[in-house]
Design a protein around this ligand. Structure first.
Ligand SMILES: Cc1cc2nc3c(=O)[nH]c(=O)nc-3n(C[C@H](O)[C@H](O)[C@H](O)COP(=O)(O)O)c2cc1C
Length: 211
């Protein structure tokens, strides 16, 4: 049984604090026998969703010049997810939201995310970590994804590169969410092996509040 967690570092800094928090999770998952990969968003531009809905027909975003489609392809083979963001102006960094809007809008229909456990991580200098954490978790709540929690909200504090290591509770929170992720993934895998099928959801009703 090889279980894999796909992670996203939404910071433009590949060696910044968000990356360090995700590495703590990756190391802990490794100790639990769970593989992981951290995809770097980097400093390249990420387009926002234009709501063209072409992805509803093709399962792919029409914009193929950034990392979204490649990430969704990887997501189909992943068992769980961790999405990390730095906090910018008390919300997740704009490029992360653009990325996740398009990844979930284009990948949701194909089941790339559905019924797979997920966690978010936000990293801040001082303010906005929990509001950013809440925003990130909204993607899971509409995608039938079990949300993996920890002993605190998955936040850590730091500004300059590596400073987050000076937040021992933040690092502990990362290790604990990783243990909980590994536990849930293994339970789901055992459930599948015991014949527990994934639930069948209803999708017929879509009410737009237009009367
Ligand atoms: C444009 C910008 C806005 C920021 N806004 C906030 C903020 O609202 N609250 C906060 O605590 N830190 C804020 N920060 C600091 C970053 O969240 C912090 O340095 C974080 O560690 C960066 O993560 P990284 O090293 O992974 O890029 C901001 C940084 C930038 C560049």
């Amino acid at each position: 049984m090889t279980l894999k967690v796909l992670m996203l570092n939404g910071s433009p800094h590949p060696h910044g604090n968000t990356e360090r928090a995700l590495e703590e999770i990756a190391d802990t998952l490794k100790g639990e026998g769970v593989e992981s990969e951290i995809v770097q968003l980097g400093a390249k531009p990420v387009r926002g969703c234009i709501g063209c809905r072409k992805c509803h027909d093709t399962g792919r975003c029409i914009f193929d010049d950034d990392a979204v489609n490649e990430f969704v392809d990887k997501a189909r083979g992943a068992d769980g997810f961790v999405f990390g963001t730095p906090v910018y102006y008390a919300h997740p960094a704009g490029q992360v939201l653009s990325f996740l809007d398009r990844a979930f809008y284009s990948g949701g229909g194909s089941g790339a995310f559905r019924h797979k456990p997920a966690a978010s991580v936000s990293v801040a200098r001082r303010g906005g970590a929990t509001t950013s954490f809440d925003v990130m978790n909204k993607y899971f709540g509409i995608s039938e994804m079990p949300v993996v929690s920890s002993t605190y909200w998955n936040i850590a504090y730091g500004q300059m590169q590596g400073e987050v290591e000076q937040d021992p509770e933040g690092m502990q929170t990362m290790r604990n969410v990783a243990h909980n992720m590994a536990w849930l993934l293994k339970c789901i895998e055992l459930g599948k092996a015991s014949g527990f099928a994934r639930p069948a959801s209803e999708y017929g009703e879509v009410t737009n509040f237009v009367r």
